[in-house]
Design a protein around this ligand. Structure first.
Ligand code: NAI
Length: 219
């Protein structure tokens, strides 16, 4: 089966497998059965077997999964065995927070520069990474080997800025702006919406309260 045929829901679960396997490696666990992995991850063992079978299984009857091997293989599927250079556009609260998070580098995502239209931010350094002016964007993207652009700018300007980025040949956008980007088919966009995640949390709080007969005082 080609990776194209694998459903998006399976792909969505892979980072979670990767994280758990990384934790097992940190704890020096060398092999694990689908049953044990299922208990840790709160996913059924058959789900785990089904998911991992998409990629050739990696498991052996009676032995379980070799943790390091599986970790490496999933890492390769996720493209984490390669380095990805990234640029962040928008050096406000969110852009700076992303740049300040050094752990992305451990996964191979290297933030090379930030860009912002605010002249007061030009030259500022966030964790040693320079904020550049938007007028340098095209030159920089064409000259440097940048694979990912993160958009941390208001939605009003995101579509236009995304177009500029795509025109420079960038094929991957990590979009935090609350708007859909109209990009060609060969450009991949990963939309991140923290507020949607909060809304799901709110739904689950509501459901829990309803199920347990918890009534909240009206404010
Ligand atoms: P902010 O106002 O602190 O920063 C925005 C920065 O973008 C400013 O420095 C501004 O100068 C710059 N900027 C504006 N237009 C630009 C352009 N055309 N080119 C280059 N730079 C430009 O805002 P904050 O809190 O950092 O949020 C940024 C964006 O991210 C907003 O659209 C916000 O709604 C969104 N956001 C999304 C989240 C999500 O989960 N998707 C979470 C938090 C914020």
């Amino acid at each position: 089966m080609s990776e194209k045929d694998i459903s998006k829901t399976v792909i969505k679960r892979l980072p979670r497998y990767y994280r758990y396997l990384g934790e097992l490696m940190d704890s020096k666990v060398e092999r694990i059965s689908s049953g044990e992995l299922s208990e840790r991850m709160h996913v059924t063992a058959s789900q785990i077997r089904q998911d991992l079978n998409h990629f050739g299984g990696f498991g052996q009857q009676g032995y379980g999964y070799n943790v390091e091997y599986l970790y490496d293989e999933i890492g390769k599927i996720l493209g984490l065995d390669k380095k990805h250079n990234m640029v962040i556009i928008g050096a406000g609260n969110l852009g700076q927070a992303l740049a300040n998070y050094g752990n992305f580098e451990n996964r191979g995502f290297i933030t090379k520069a930030l860009f912002d239209e605010n002249p007061e931010l030009k030259g500022k350094k966030i964790r040693g990474i320079q904020v550049r002016s938007m007028s340098q964007l095209e030159r920089y993207l064409k000259k440097e080997d940048i694979q990912i652009v993160a958009l941390a700018i208001p939605k009003e300007s995101a579509v236009v800025v995304a177009q500029r980025v795509v025109n420079c040949g960038v094929k991957a956008i990590w979009n935090f702006a609350h708007t859909d980007l109209n990009v060609p088919e060969d450009v991949v966009v990963e939309n991140v919406h923290l507020s949607e995640s909060l809304m799901r949390l709110s739904y689950n709080i509501n459901r829990y309260e309803l199920e347990h007969g918890i009534k909240k005082e009206e404010e």
